[in-house]
Design a protein around this ligand. Structure first.
Ligand code: FES
Length: 217
């Protein structure tokens, strides 16, 4: 589908934020995903034209980062971290349960287009392993049962909140936030909790400090 005028205008708005136009490419690709549900060939051509670079350069970036999808994503993107800590604490079992329930494998959408499932890498949220993301919002400390409950509730169209507070919208809405982060939603939910601060608290209690630069070892 050709990129519409409104999306092109939003691309130019993003470009205006940066001293170097091509620095805008990452949020522009998120904008394409918010409009198209994936990084389409037309979206790549539009980014290239607005930035004055080649479609091959845009394609190179869009195929390097796994958050950019070259095939349609479901209404809700479900990510399950299967890196070492999450995997050992149950992430693999969560992924298997979801794969069986949804009938899809890695990076596949369900037949009804409602969900896409993906094995994802560490989300820097290991304190709450195993971690699942729904449209990139965190579901902390999940189990196979709690993960299935989330997709069941979303299937029924029920309101679902991430464990850190924000209400789950859909993949394309989250992608728009990636392009335009100043959407007024940044204050939703918690920023830190006791589990996240446990290491810092322990270090303070034991007078521990990181070595100054150049004093390592
Ligand atoms: S290993 Fe899963 S969030 Fe870090």
């Amino acid at each position: 589908m050709a990129i519409n005028e409104q999306t092109l205008a939003s691309m130019r708005e993003i470009v205006a934020r940066y001293p170097q136009p091509r620095s805008a490419l990452l949020p522009m690709l998120h904008l394409v995903q918010s409009a198209e549900g994936e990084v389409t060939t037309d979206g790549i051509a539009a980014c290239a034209e607005v930035l004055g670079i080649s479609p091959a350069e845009v394609t190179g970036v869009s195929t390097f980062y796994t958050m950019y999808k070259r095939k349609p994503v479901g209404e809700h993107h479900i990510g399950v971290c299967v890196n070492t800590l999450c995997g050992l604490l149950g992430g693999d079992a969560v992924y298997e349960a979801l794969s069986e329930r949804l009938g899809v494998g890695h990076n596949e959408p369900t037949a009804d287009g409602k969900f896409s499932l993906e094995r994802i890498e560490c989300q820097a949220a290991c304190t709450h392993a195993p971690v699942m993301t729904v449209d990139w919002e965190f579901m902390d400390d999940v189990t196979p049962t709690s993960a299935l409950d989330v997709v069941d509730r979303l299937s029924r169209g029920e309101r679902v909140e991430s464990t850190r507070g924000p209400v789950i919208r859909n993949f394309q809405a989250s992608e728009h936030t990636m392009a335009f982060p100043d959407d007024g939603l940044a204050g939703e939910g918690i920023s830190v909790d006791a589990k996240m601060l446990a290491g810092l608290r322990y270090a303070k209690e034991h007078n521990m400090a990181a070595p100054r630069s150049g004093q390592e070892g």
